[in-house]
Design a protein around this ligand. Structure first.
Ligand SMILES: Nc1ncnc2c1ncn2[C@@H]1O[C@H](COP(=O)(O)OP(=O)(O)OP(=O)(O)O)[C@@H](O)[C@H]1O
Length: 289
């Protein structure tokens, strides 16, 4: 399902002395099946934006079209429950939402609520527990006996059990060690490719954005400061620095390589693999000359 956000605005506590304009004039298209990252400093409006994508927050102005669901300011979208079946959100620290006595019960809670027969829900749980890197014996255990990283995997399986076609990840690796971060992002990337998901990643990590995204949006003070494909975003290091954002280490490395060998590399070189290939090609040419 394609997503199209038009002239979206959101104010919290509207009409009160605490009114806070958190989003203004957001225009964004996310084609079905793409990997979209949303980057921005704390308070720039990322969480507010993604909560509009499954109707948790209502626009103050503007609209959000998701497939044939239309959410418009001042109008009631009567099919929010159906929309939420398609749009899964993994919130920050999703393990805090675990509550059932067994892991299986936690994973099947969502599907049962949406009318999936119990046998099918259990089949989904058995498949998903393995997909998130745990074995089936975990299903009968309590989620509260697990390590933090394992609890997060179970919570993620619970979101995936709804079989969403759009998966929104709000800083899914927050608080994990580097290995845990790599494993979880690897899992999401595999799911994105194998299941043809539309993936929307909210992240502070420029490295993750560079590695996985087709397109990137950079938010600042409730608006969109920059948007485009990853190539376009990382080509403009000055614009990123002006927004006080880190330039990915791979891009910094490429710039140093360009300076050192007085060459210009294609803008498409910003992932680790591409940077290594480019460096090897340059070094081989240098050796020959
Ligand atoms: N429930 C709320 N009530 C009032 N203001 C809010 C509420 N939630 C967020 N805000 C304000 O809206 C603005 C945008 O917040 P939001 O949480 O969307 O930013 P964010 O980019 O997701 O930040 P972070 O990276 O810290 O999660 C901030 O100024 C924040 O203080």
């Amino acid at each position: 399902m394609d997503i199209s956000v038009k002239e979206l605005e959101h104010s919290y506590n509207r009409g009160t002395p605490f009114e806070r304009n958190a989003l203004k004039d957001i225009n964004l298209s996310i084609p079905s099946g793409t990997f979209q990252s949303i980057i921005g400093h704390t308070g720039s409006g990322k969480s507010t934006l993604i909560q509009h994508l499954n109707g948790l927050l209502k626009p103050t102005a503007g609209s959000i079209q998701i497939g044939d669901f239309l959410i418009r300011a001042g109008e009631k979208e009567k099919r929010l429950k159906a929309l939420r079946k398609h749009v899964g959100i993994v919130f920050q620290y999703p393990e805090h939402q675990l509550f059932e006595e067994t892991i299986e019960k936690d994973i099947i809670f969502g599907p049962l609520n949406f009318g999936v027969p119990i046998d099918e829900a259990k089949q989904r749980a058995a498949k998903l527990i393995k997909q998130v890197g745990l074995d089936e014996s975990y299903l009968e255990r309590s989620p509260f006996d697990l390590s933090g990283g394992q609890m997060r995997r179970v919570a993620i399986a619970g979101v995936l059990a709804m079989k969403p076609s759009i998966l929104i990840l709000d800083e899914p690796t927050a608080g994990l060690d580097p290995r845990g971060r790599r494993e979880i992002m690897g899992l999401f990337h595999r799911l994105h490719q194998e299941e043809g998901l539309t993936t929307i990643l909210v992240t502070h990590s420029m490295e993750d954005a560079a590695r996985y995204s087709d397109n990137i949006v950079i938010m600042e003070k409730g608006g969109i400061a920059l948007q485009g494909n990853a190539e376009h975003i990382f080509a403009d290091s000055d614009a990123l620095k002006a927004l006080s954002l880190d330039v990915p280490e791979t891009v910094q490395f490429i710039h140093r390589l360009e300076e050192r060998f007085n060459r210009t590399l294609p803008q498409s070189v910003f992932t680790l693999d591409a940077a290594v290939d480019a460096a090897l090609t340059i070094l081989q040419k240098e050796e020959r000359s």
